[in-house]
Design a protein around this ligand. Structure first.
Ligand code: ZN
Length: 180
């Protein structure tokens, strides 16, 4: 079931999510991108807009779920697979359970706040009413390099001062980057 063809498919789709993440970085947001796939076709792409919009909920995955549900005219999405460049946070993992998505594929772990197994596993909690299949580590090196480059750029610009959020994000990314 997860032979070479399937793996190639996952990598190609994750590349689209990485492109989305790059668009976030270009707008000054932490590079996180997400792509939704239904029946082998990409139906939506989104990236993080938290800084640009000053919206703490404007994570790529939340925006993606909204777009997909709107487009399909339903909020139950068991036939949808989401490709995300970073392990989802608790908010986004919670939204994925709410949407009953079938499968999540992500690139890099977030050992600081990841909710798909690193810190919590909300996607496969026996206490919740829905479980999501998870594939981890697809193009993790590329996603990590993208995050590292973004935070290196922030540090060069000296934006750490007076912006505690950036400090926290930097710590998070470095934790994510450190991997293990
Ligand atoms: Zn999130």
């Amino acid at each position: 079931m997860s032979g070479d063809i399937e793996r190639l498919g996952d990598a190609a789709l994750m590349r689209l999510a990485l492109e989305e993440a790059q668009a976030a970085a270009a707008a000054g947001d932490v590079p996180v991108g997400a792509v939704a796939v239904l029946a082998g076709a990409v139906i939506a792409r989104q990236h993080n807009h938290k800084e640009e919009w000053n919206d703490p909920t404007a994570h790529a995955e939340i925006l993606l779920l909204r777009e997909v549900a709107n487009r399909l005219g339903r909020w139950r999405l068991p036939d949808v697979t989401i490709y995300c460049t970073m392990e989802p946070c608790p908010m986004c993992a919670g939204a994925m359970v709410q949407a009953r998505i079938g499968r999540l594929v992500y690139a890099v772990d977030d050992p600081r706040a990841g909710a798909a197994g690193s810190v919590f596993n909300l996607l496969q909690s026996p206490q919740l009413n829905h479980r999501v299949e998870i594939t981890r580590g697809v193009l993790a090196e590329e996603a990590k390099a993208q995050l590292d480059a973004f935070f290196a750029m922030l540090r060069r610009r000296g934006q750490g001062e007076g912006q505690p959020d950036v400090e926290a994000l930097t710590a998070g990314a470095e934790a994510a980057g450190a991997g293990e």
